[in-house]
Ligand binder design. Sequence first.
Ligand code: FES
Ligand code: FES
Length: 135
Amino acid sequence: QGQRRLYHEAVHDHFNNPRNVGMLDKSAASVGTALVGKASCGDVIKLQVAVKDGIIQDAKFKTFGCGSAIASSSLATEMIIGQHVDEAFKITNKDISSHLKLPPVKIHCSVLAEEAIQAAIGDWRKKHEAVNASA
Ligand code: FES
Ligand code: FES
């Protein structure tokens, strides 16, 4: 019962007060954008990172989905801001779901957030390499 209350408090905190909701300039060379979705439930996460010298300076998200996906995205942005992209890339859905105390049925919501982090960094890397190659 204690664990259940903890889950609710943690999720509701990020659900009622999601951090870093918004958008970054998709066209900027320093910005990586991810759009990931789960066909099984129709939820979609858009997550963006702004990177300078390999460090994530800012992150924003928009999630069209369930409360757990919003909470997972909110927590994900909080975790990665200030991190090196190589560190952020290693964040797993377990880091997110255990922090939020997600029940098994909601684990896939945190998987979506993990995929979003990796896809956003992947998009930034592609742009970054293209810029370096043309320099
Ligand atoms: Fe349980 Fe919102 S009702 S997390
Ligand atoms: Fe599908 Fe949460 S129920 S992302």
